[in-house]
Design a protein around this ligand. Structure first.
Ligand code: FE2
Length: 402
């Protein structure tokens, strides 16, 4: 956007986690969220605990990147004019197409193709979902001094239709590989708080969906309706997770506020669960809709964990990853009329270019990233402590063959 001119990086005042608590409290007393964040305690408290300030000079900006937040983000412009360019996180055909989602990584793989460009001035906000790619610039013709913006997150409603629509590509992104955001998405189809074991076995998946209908579909009409979901999420012991207030600010607020948030969470959980599954838009979830969501999740999660468990230091892992991606392509992509199979040309190209999984972006993660719970057991982390370095879907591990 700078048309070749040097771009000055912004200064970010990390009030939320890099200042003494007295400073944070002092700023929190003065910071006012936008009026539409005050309707729900959950959003008001999240905004109040997550805001930061961005200061940037004319000719300053940020290169294209995607944030690491799992939540929705708002950037409120307080002073000056900032130009934004944005695009959806690009599709990856296989793990070999993954790229660095931060600083300029998307330029290097030639995938930066912004869908929007717009200017945000004082008093205006830009709102974007997790994973969305963005680039900013303070055009010198529109700014003669430092610009100021405040950025914060919010929780409700959850962007479920966006997550569902783009689940395959999000499963190839840092949101899953590094940030573990998918642990917050799983319950939209599983209806329980813990991790489920990934499987691609259709009778097993049907059994899981049947069990959910058995527990929730009280009138046995083959649809999960709002009243049944409210009953389940507000009372069922296995839905405890939906009533738990687990945020960075949980113990900084009063018991009354926590209760208020718990009530909002149940209401939002019902709407979000319907929104995630209800593809035909009739306001309820059919058995078929829940099966589709369950199968989609399991295929993606099965593939993800099979790839994640590979030993990056073992050269044989490249072939194991290619074999897995090829099976995935043949079984799930080629079978769908909307897609074209990747075919031999693609995999021959990968074979010629990739010698080690260490070349692949998602395998080079921040060592400080939170460890993820391996649904097949063990505290395995993908730095490569598996002996054989490959997942061959054997029965010992309880895997199905993809
Ligand atoms: Fe950002």
């Amino acid at each position: 956007m700078s048309e070749g001119e040097m771009v000055a990086g912004p200064y970010i005042w990390h009030v939320k986690d890099e200042e003494p608590i007295e400073t944070k409290r002092d700023v929190q007393r003065r910071w006012q969220g936008p009026y539409f964040m005050n309707k729900t305690a959950a959003n008001h408290l999240e905004a109040w605990d997550s805001f930061e300030f961005w200061f940037s000079l004319p000719k300053g900006g940020a290169f294209a990147h995607s944030d690491s937040y799992c939540e929705m983000t708002i950037s409120a412009q307080l002073k000056g004019n900032k130009t934004w360019r944005m695009m959806m996180y690009p599709e990856s055909q296989t793990v070999f197409d993954s790229f660095d989602s931060f600083d300029r990584g998307i330029y290097q793989v030639n995938k930066w193709s912004p869908e929007y460009e717009f200017k945000v001035g004082p008093g205006q906000c830009v709102i974007f979902p997790p994973g969305y790619m963005h680039e900013t610039y303070n055009k010198p013709a529109e700014n003669n001094e430092c610009t100021v913006a405040s950025t914060f997150q919010y929780n409700l409603p959850f962007p479920v239709k966006y997550i569902r629509a783009y689940l395959p590509r999000l499963f190839s992104s840092h949101l899953v590989w590094a940030e573990d955001c998918h642990s917050r998405w799983e319950a939209f189809h599983s209806f329980v708080g813990g991790r489920t074991v990934p499987t691609v076995d259709v009778p097993e998946l049907t059994g899981r969906v049947d069990a959910i209908f058995g527990a929730i579909d009280a009138d046995k009409n083959g649809h999960l309706e709002r009243a049944e979901l409210i009953e389940y999420f507000s009372k069922a012991p296995q839905a405890d997770f939906a009533r738990e207030v687990q945020y960075s600010w949980t113990y900084k607020v009063s018991a009354q506020q926590r209760q208020e948030v718990a009530t909002e969470l149940v209401e939002s959980r019902v709407d979000d669960t319907v929104g995630y599954n209800d593809v035909d838009g009739d306001g309820r979830i059919s058995h078929e809709e829940l099966f589709d969501a369950t199968q989609q999740w399991n295929v993606l999660n099965y593939r993800y964990w099979s790839l994640r468990r590979l030993n990056v230091r073992d050269p044989g892992s490249v072939k194991a990853a290619m074999d897995l991606e090829r099976r995935f392509d043949e079984k799930y992509r080629c079978a769908e009329g909307d897609y074209t199979c990747l075919g031999d040309n693609y995999f021959n190209m990968v074979k010629a270019q990739v010698r080690s999984l260490q070349q692949i972006s998602v395998y080079n993660r921040d060592p400080d990233a939170a460890p993820q719970h391996d649904p097949w057991g063990g505290s395995h982390e993908p730095s490569g402590d598996r002996d054989d370095g490959r997942d061959d879907g054997d029965e010992e591990d309880g895997h199905d063959d993809l």
